[in-house]
Design a protein around this ligand. Structure first.
Ligand code: PRT
Ligand code: ZN
Length: 299
């Protein structure tokens, strides 16, 4: 048996999740060697390799233990879970983290000119979707009988082709709906990218690396909006300045040589620092204010 087995992580090969997934891994310190069109990226500096696949294959690759980890949309995961449940099977992938990318919602949209007075309007209508299980569950919870027209793509043109009265599809900016003369009327589910893991227990070496990656992911997520603020201030202004620093824990106060009444303040702010905050800080007596991005943070 391999004494130092490598972790295998499934990532979407080419699509909306590819760049943000690779960006996250890069921020976690992974250097990937990947030839053009290669299906496997080799982790040069960590015992972690990336398998590039279609997003729809990721839940099964992970639950069948072909891959230890996967980055995939909650929508894909949930649809697969319901599909398995409909066959009396149980989804075995385990969610490790919710991630801050791939945000969208599964929504029902109606043609602009069609009347819509709430969920009741769906009764007896045909709804086109590539998410028949999630839509089915939604209709069931709302106690509405409607016909689900399952398509494999191009859902947004179904009403124009006369194949459906409404659609149920993923929406992020809403511009696709708009371009197809549709309007969003109901939200079925919210979604974002998630990290999932195999249900099979991992050997200690791999488990240790999963833990380390999780700490790094948490660090990356935490610093996204964080800023490091440095400023000079009169000691007397400290209470006011502390109140103005957004989401900061106890700042570091450093005496300023030769100026007993003045101090240097260093603080990590967990929220973005806007110009308005800087202006208020200045009004409160701060000077030489510097705002720096935070690259890494380990709790
Ligand atoms: O080839 P593969 O099967 O891997 O890719 P795919 O075509 O199935 O997936 P892809 O790349 O389109 O999306 C991958 C994942 O990104 C989805 O499963 C979601 O978790 C997430 N995501 C986030 C989205 C969107 N936003 C999104 N807007 N997935 C799809 N869309 C589509 C939507 O279906 C519609 O056609 O974009 C259009 C609407 O976008 P807006 O901005 O016009 O509203
Ligand atoms: Zn897909």
């Amino acid at each position: 048996m391999d004494e130092n087995p490598r972790l295998k992580l499934a990532v979407q090969k080419s699509g909306r999740l590819t760049d943000p997934s690779l960006d996250l891994l890069n921020r976690c310190g992974l250097k990937l060697a990947r030839g053009k069109d290669q299906l496997v990226g080799f982790g040069e500096n960590l015992p972690l390799d990336v398998l590039f696949v279609r997003d729809d294959d990721i839940p099964d690759l992970v639950q069948e233990d072909v891959c230890d980890l996967g980055l995939v949309g909650l929508n894909v995961l949930e649809e697969r879970r319901l599909e398995l449940a409909a066959r009396g099977a149980v989804a075995r992938f385990e969610k490790l983290r919710d991630l801050d990318f791939g945000r969208c919602r599964l929504a029902i949209a109606a043609p602009n000119e069609a009347r819509f007075d709430g969920p009741e309007t769906l009764r007896g209508k045909r709804i086109a979707t590539t998410y028949p299980f999630m839509l089915g569950r939604y209709l069931q919870t709302m106690d509405i009988a409607a016909e689900i027209v399952t398509l494999s793509g191009a859902v947004e043109i179904a009403p124009r082709l006369g194949r459906a009265d409404l659609i149920c599809d993923l929406v992020s900016t809403g511009s696709t709906l708009q371009a197809n003369h549709l309007r969003e009327v109901l939200t079925v589910a919210e979604s974002h990218a998630v990290l999932i893991r195999t249900p099979v227990p991992l050997p200690a070496f791999k488990a240790g690396w999963v833990e380390r990656m999780l700490l790094r992911i948490d660090g990356v997520e935490r610093v996204k909006e964080s800023k490091y603020v440095m400023l000079h201030a009169p000691r007397s202004a400290l209470p006011a300045i502390r109140k103005l620093l957004p989401g900061s824990e106890s700042p570091t106060i450093i005496p300023l040589d030769g100026f007993p009444e003045r101090v240097v303040v260093h603080a990590v702010c967990r929220e973005n620092v806007f110009w308005e905050t800087l202006e208020s800080l200045k009004q409160a007596g701060a000077s030489s204010v510097l705002v720096l991005p935070v690259e890494k943070m380990l709790a």
